[in-house]
Design a protein around this ligand. Structure first.
Ligand code: ATP
Ligand code: MG
Length: 390
């Protein structure tokens, strides 16, 4: 029998009547994410999803790494199935977990018996296997309260499974269960983290990125696509809508007061993001805004920017410090790309003294000189869709 992966379900198990659809979604997501690692049989039983390689060509290590990044899974471990016989279980545990026994100071055995026809109770099985393992590894003491190593044994219908230490999974909810949102993805540190955080709550994302050639370079555009690619192990495959923003920025610069430049620009971003959202039937927008981080992220400024949309604007970083955001950015693997020094459209034409306490009515008046609809139409018409595969 082949080594396999066990994924423990997280909050999915709290979903009562919806649980079935959560599990189905999660299994579908696991199938897609492990597809490039080989062929696997994936099914669920009793709050656990089994990921079994169907041949020796499948790359279990790669599949294990992929499963750790699938939202909805709270813990993952590798397991080795064996015959449902105490001696076979002992032999399997001894060989399979020898490296863990070499490291641990103490251990215990925890058994579960889903197959009630198995001749030993869970306690008897734990005692027998524990005794035999202690004999085999006498330097590893038995400690039933707080051991370094817990050996899990599950006796199920088709086999017994021996598994060692579990690792944390990604947590959260399966992508797709929380609906779809459009995430405004810049090349910075914050917006990839904001995207990751909403994906973790089960939201499937479409990305929109505004670029302003020739003020922003091809390298800046590539950087954003690279960030989207780095997010796929967490978010799944993505579409990035790349929207040209040069004309809008130039028109604002020519016609509106400098201290309101960023605010009016952000209103255009929100309008365009909402257009994309309507088109893909997304129900919310996501930004990497964080209270007080920059002039355009005061409460007054946030009010001004969301004034032009009616979808909820989700800002998962709103109460976080930069340090916390950076920590997540490093953990999810986007930090090194985010800090590459390419200009974003937000950094061209930045006002010297941006307005930090703007008034909605005043901003509406100031931008009324622009042909807002026509500018948005043209920007949408120049949009390019880039599909980012897993
Ligand atoms: P980030 O690190 O995500 O760039 P930031 O702290 O630099 O954020 P801003 O530049 O004010 O803040 O942008 C605030 C939010 O607006 C970003 O987090 C992102 O969601 C969105 N945004 C900014 N620039 C762009 C862009 N060029 N394309 C798409 N969204 C953008
Ligand atoms: Mg930015």
């Amino acid at each position: 029998m082949r080594e396999m992966i066990l994924c423990k379900l997280g909050e999915v198990v709290l979903k009562g009547l919806n649980r079935r659809s959560f599990e189905d979604k999660l299994i579908g997501n696991l199938r897609r994410r492990t597809a490039k690692c080989g062929s696997f049989r994936i099914y669920s039983k009793q709050s656990t999803i089994y990921v079994e390689p169907v041949n020796d060509e499948s790359d279990l290590a790669a599949a294990y790494a992929a499963c750790k990044q699938v939202f909805g899974v709270i813990a993952v471990s590798r397991a080795l199935p064996c015959e449902k016989d105490v001696q076979a279980i002992i032999r399997t545990a001894k060989d399979y977990l020898a490296p863990e026994f070499a490291r641990a100071r103490d251990f215990k055995v925890e058994s579960k018996r889903a197959d009630k026809t198995f001749p030993l109770t869970s306690i008897q099985l734990s005692q027998q296997v524990g005794g035999a393992l202690h004999q085999a590894f006498p330097r590893c003491a038995v400690n039933v309260h707080d051991p370094e190593l817990t050996v899990f044994i599950e006796v199920r219908d088709d086999a017994a499974y021996v598994h060692g230490p579990a690792e944390d999974g990604a947590g959260g909810l399966p992508i797709g269960m929380g609906g779809t949102a459009v995430s405004l993805l810049s090349g910075g540190i914050d917006s990839p983290v904001a995207s990751y955080m909403m994906a973790k709550r089960g939201v499937s994302l479409e990305m929109v990125h505004f670029f302003s050639p020739p003020y922003t370079s091809d390298a800046a555009r590539e950087k954003v696509l690279e960030l989207a690619q780095l997010l796929t192990p967490w978010c799944g495959r993505l579409t990035v809508h790349i929207v040209p923003f040069t004309e809008i920025q130039e028109q604002i610069r020519l016609n509106c007061p400098e201290d309101h430049f960023t605010l009016i620009m952000r209103r255009f971003m929100m309008r365009l993001a909402q257009r994309v959202a309507d088109e893909v039937r997304a129900k919310a927008l996501v930004t990497g805004e964080c209270l007080g981080q920059v002039a355009s992220q005061t409460m007054e400024a946030l009010r001004v920017s969301e004034d032009v949309v009616d979808l909820p604007v989700l800002r998962p970083l709103i109460g976080m410090d930069k340090e916390e955001i950076i920590r997540i950015s490093r953990k999810i693997g986007t930090f090194d790309t985010s800090i590459l020094p390419y200009e974003d459209c937000c950094t061209v034409f930045t006002p010297r003294h941006p307005k930090t306490k703007p008034h909605v009515e005043e901003v509406r008046e100031l931008e009324a000189v622009l042909d807002i609809d026509a500018l948005c139409e043209r920007a949408m018409a120049g949009r390019e869709r880039v599909r980012i595969k897993l």
